[in-house]
Design a protein around this ligand. Structure first.
Ligand code: GN1
Ligand code: MG
Length: 368
């Protein structure tokens, strides 16, 4: 097995016991490797970065190196004052001192440390959990608020640039396969109509950036509930993982991603669309958790665009899933035919639920 051959190239003591598929990422291939010595064992994560998604994987590793160097130093410096033990995975180098390995197909593999005694949930569990999601994201944003985004490259050009996803959707819809899939079901037509009615809204954050109201910062890019590690011993958040999408962006992209994920108890793969709602109680607690850290770095203009991002990011993710469905499922891994269409409908239902609760959400945000 290729993962086993690769795992042996990293600088880890002992002998390989197993390397098994791990986690539920929609993009990369992830494995957990176990090495043992006579005295102990070490578990670590081995990942293949998919070329079809990340055209520039070296930029991911550059960003991960810059980010982890910055954050590890900070976490260590603040450890005595912190209310908990914060963690962040580190890059495990190869035996020859590199940050990654390239295989015979030209794919990049990397290894990172595995956080023992911590786990993530694919769906939000309860208000305390939602609070921790907000708290961990706020802590991360505060930690990187002095890491200039210019030090990072663009691992995923156009990531969270909603109007570009709209253009990709139009392109996909104009192919024979796109037309076929668009006309194959009432659900696909409904999804298409849903987006058309909201086209004008898609540029809301990018326009604010172009007008200079918002500014680029170091962002995580994918702070969904499944990327927030909860300490098994204390039940509190201990780390944010999956650093592939760290790059210059808007904190709004992260806030919208965390809320779309942690305020929908039915999850991204909800079996019943009727169960998909934006839960206001969960939102109230996640926002409080976030604000525990964010008071220092959120400007008044940032605040003014919070509702916009809460609404936009589920719409954007739905658009991405739907465009991928029309393009033939080439980006997100699917577990059954129509999975991407189904995922899109869940996000659109969530965006709709946010629209009906706009007044109440703005109230929680302190706007009225
Ligand atoms: C993808 O691979 P994973 O599960 O970490 C996607 C995110 C989406 C997410 C939805 C690079 O993340 O943007 O929000 O699926 N990552 C990339 O579950 O596109
Ligand atoms: Mg990810």
């Amino acid at each position: 097995m290729r993962a086993a051959l690769i795992a042996r190239q990293f600088d880890v003591q002992g002998r390989l016991v197993t390397v098994e598929p791990y986690g539920s990422g929609n993009v990369n291939d992830t494995y957990l490797a176990i090495f043992r010595t006579t005295f102990s064992e070490q578990r670590f994560i081995v990942q293949r970065i998919r070329k079809s998604v990340f055209p520039n994987p070296e930029a991911i590793m550059h960003n991960m190196r810059v980010l982890t160097d910055h954050c590890h130093a900070k976490l260590e410096a603040e450890a005595d004052r912190a209310d908990r033990i914060w963690q962040l995975p580190k890059i495990i180098q190869t035996k020859s001192g590199d940050d990654w390995v390239t295989d015979a197909d030209g794919d990049l593999w990397r290894a990172i440390s595995h956080l023992a005694s911590a786990h993530a949930f694919e769906r939000v569990q309860n208000p305390e959990h939602a609070h921790e999601v907000g708290f961990v994201l706020g802590h991360f944003h505060r930690m990187v608020s002095d890491l200039p985004p210019e030090r990072l490259g663009y691992a995923l050009p156009g990531f969270h640039v909603t109007p570009e996803y709209l253009a990709k959707l139009d392109q996909a819809a104009n192919t024979p396969l796109g037309q076929e899939r668009l006309n194959a079901s009432l659900e696909a037509k409904r999804a298409w109509r849903f987006i058309q009615e909201r086209r004008g809204h898609c540029a809301v954050l990018r326009s604010a950036l172009e007008r200079g109201e918002l500014k680029l910062r170091t962002t995580h890019g994918d702070p969904k509930v499944g990327n927030i590690m909860i300490d098994t011993a204390t039940g509190r958040g201990t780390a944010i993982v999956d650093l592939d999408t760290v790059q210059p962006g808007l904190v709004h992209d992260d806030i919208g991603d965390a809320t779309r994920s942690a305020c929908n108890p039915a999850g991204e793969d909800a079996p019943d669309l009727a169960s998909v709602i934006f839960d206001l109680d969960l939102f109230t607690t996640i926002y409080r958790g976030y604000l525990s850290h964010a008071k220092d770095f959120l400007s008044a203009a940032d605040h003014r665009h919070l509702y916009a991002c809460i609404h936009l990011i589920p719409l954007e993710l739905g658009l991405r899933f739907f465009a991928d469905y029309l393009a033939g499922d080439v980006y997100f891994k699917v577990r059954y035919p129509g999975h991407n269409l189904r995922r899109a409908l869940v996000q659109f239902k969530l965006a709709e639920s946010i629209e009906t609760r706009e007044g109440a959400i703005r109230k929680v945000l302190g706007e009225s």
